[in-house]
Design a protein around this ligand. Structure first.
Ligand code: ADP
Ligand code: MG
Length: 596
């Protein structure tokens, strides 16, 4: 039989490699930004069209390339960054595998203009599907200007797989944020569809964080600075009230490279332990520097995973450093030592924390708590609109629930346990209601009916409120603005990431911190993007989750009764919109059998 093994043509080999390196427009953004940084650029401009599906362009003022190098740079395994095996263990550049440009050029239409400093002219190259279709001398400023058009134009299956523009843009901005956080010393500009999304002048790390994530983070940042024999760790952690339910804002950099490490992330989370509410993730930007030979970056094509010589040690360093920073700055929600240099230098006082006091990072729920220290009926008033809807006859409502029979009609006074669950007696036994999940269900149905226009009521604000959001937040809010208006919010976009709130839904009328409600809402909306919900359901769910009563809130009898009342007035009281149980039932027989 004839020999059948052949070497793959370059174009196919490159496409295969591209499968690993280039997953989506965001991967291209990452590789191009890293190349610009490796080239020593101090100013980098990123231009995106159509969430990167049409165009990704990076313009830098770095070293540039000669004509030969420009041509070479698109060959696979072509790199200026390493020459011999040993170099692999002392990597100080972001790239080194020499496969990004070759991969990108295999799956897109690429045009590059590049000029060395000190040369009069530059080189223009056009490459499509690994094929050089043009090379000429050109006029261009020193540095490199690379355009990547119509990603996956020659692989329709991959192109079809790209997600909506909202999702792809989110990925791009995530990658951008990682690079921008790692390099506050560089100037960055980002344009999407001709509007400026980011303008980041060279700055300190603190300033860069604030420029990226919003001013309100400034006084929530705790500096961290530790040095051990093996490594140096510096950066900022967010106070507990900067924690979010999205994991997005966690940046661990090792030698300037953003790293994904669930294990090391756990070290931070562990150090925060009791300070964070359930499901909340601490904000942090931590930059670790260590000798490059103690780590192996070459374990994955995207280089976002790393192997350490001693990972346990690194884990402990991070954990200890975060704890130290937290205790140095005596993180308690009410006292802000961080802002007082005298207090900050005092030894850490030991304040016993009441055991079941849960610190809820959401500023909204703190809002409820602070207006409601002993469980006054402020809370109840928040639900006035709902109470009217709920049937006054709870027993009748309970009876509509399949699991309970007609004669299960007496409900005794409810009782709250651990500020989280409401226990109530029914004839056949008892119910334990999860207060947070139950309330999520209640609000969800309320908002859905608002959205269907059945009973939308807007309460105008005496003084309209203006607020600004971070770029990413503003983009999301702008996208869902029409639906939010349906909910009863009278809100308009003012431009420049600023919004004006003129009115809010009537049933939220004694809400005093609308702005944090919006922040939560946006965060929830991002979290819920993956759900297979209609836009309206998603919004109703996001708002319900951001406005709902949290675990850790004390409820009065009136409030508990109202909660039970409203829950059983719901169409689907058993579970939350995403299928978590709102309550569980215990039969007397079950109890009896336990005592046998
Ligand atoms: P790697 O970054 O792993 O070396 P790439 O395929 O990303 O591989 O790039 C190949 C080579 O092209 C780089 O080693 C570098 O010499 C050159 N190069 C790429 N982008 C730039 C740029 N923006 N400015 C100057 N040189 C560049
Ligand atoms: Mg590279």
């Amino acid at each position: 039989m004839a020999d059948i093994i052949q070497l793959l043509p370059d174009s196919i080999a490159n496409q295969i490699a591209a499968g690993e390196v280039v997953q989506r427009p965001a991967s291209v953004v990452k590789e191009l930004l890293e190349n610009a940084i490796d080239a020593g650029a101090t100013q980098i401009k990123l231009v995106i069209r159509d969430a990167g599906k049409q165009l990704i362009q990076v313009i830098d003022n770095g070293a540039g390339m000669s004509a030969t190098d420009a041509r070479m740079s698109f060959e696979r395994h072509a790199t200026s960054k390493i020459r011999k095996t040993e170099d692999l263990f002392s990597i100080r550049t972001l790239g080194f595998r020499g496969e990004a440009l070759a991969s990108i050029a295999a799956v897109a239409q690429v045009s590059i203009k590049t000029r060395l400093h000190g040369e009069d002219t530059g080189t223009h190259l056009a490459i499509e599907g690994s094929e050089v279709i043009k090379q000429e001398i050109c006029e261009t400023p020193p540095g490199t200007n690379i355009q990547v058009k119509n990603l996956f134009y020659n692989i329709p299956a991959r192109r079809k797989f790209l997600k909506s523009n909202t999702v792809e843009l989110r990925h791009i901005l995530d990658e951008f944020q990682r690079v921008a956080i790692a390099h506050p010393e560089l100037y960055f500009e980002v344009f999407h569809n001709n509007t400026e999304t980011y303008h980041l002048p060279k700055a300190s790390l603190r300033k860069r964080i604030v420029n990226l994530f919003g001013k309100n983070l400034n006084d929530k940042l705790v500096p961290l600075d530790e040095e051990t024999a093996h490594c140096k760790l510096e950066g900022f952690i967010g106070k507990p009230d900067a924690a979010k339910k999205t994991r997005g804002e966690q940046f661990l950099l090792i030698n300037g490279r953003f790293i994904k490490s669930p294990y090391l992330n756990h070290a931070v989370q562990f150090a925060f332990q009791h300070l964070l509410g359930d499901g909340y993730h601490a904000f942090y930007v931590l930059n670790m520097t260590m000798a490059p030979d103690r780590i192996d970056v070459n374990v994955h094509p995207t280089k976002q995973e790393i192997k350490f010589e001693d990972e346990k040690l690194i884990y402990n360093v991070i954990k200890a450093a975060v704890r130290h920073a937290l205790s140095q700055h005596n993180i308690t929600p009410s006292l802000d030592f961080d802002q007082d240099p005298v207090l900050a230098n005092l030894p850490t006082p030991i304040i016993p924390q009441s055991k079941d006091k849960v610190i809820i990072p959401s500023s909204f729920s703190r809002e409820i708590e602070s207006r409601n220290p002993g469980g006054s009926d402020e809370w109840g008033r928040l639900y006035e609109g709902l109470q009217e809807k709920a049937s006054p006859d709870l027993a009748e409502q309970v009876a509509t629930f399949d699991g309970l029979s007609e004669d299960q009609k007496q409900v005794k006074e409810p009782y709250q346990i651990h500020q989280a669950y409401v226990l109530t007696q029914i004839k056949s036994g008892f119910l334990i209601i999860d207060q947070q999940l139950a309330h999520e269900r209640i609000l969800y149905e309320q908002y859905l009916s608002n959205l269907s226009g059945q009973d939308r009521q807007t309460q105008g604000l005496m003084f309209p409120k203006t607020f600004s959001l971070s770029t990413a937040e503003a983009a999301i809010l702008e996208g869902i603005l029409p639906t939010i208006q349906e909910l009863g919010f009278d809100i308009e976009y003012f431009g420049q990431k600023t919004f004006i709130l003129h009115g809010i839904p009537a049933h939220l009328s004694n809400l005093t911190d609308e702005v944090s409600l919006f922040r939560e809402l946006i965060e929830q909306f991002q979290l819920n993007l993956a759900l297979d919900f209609s836009e309206e359901q998603r919004l109703a769910l996001s708002l319900a989750r951001s406005a709902c009563l949290r675990r850790g809130t004390t409820l009065s009898q009136v409030e508990m009764t109202a909660l039970i009342d409203q829950l059983f007035a719901c169409e689907v009281p058993f579970e939350t919109p995403t299928g978590k149980k709102c309550f569980i039932t215990f039969e007397l027989d079950q109890l009896k059998s336990k005592f046998n």
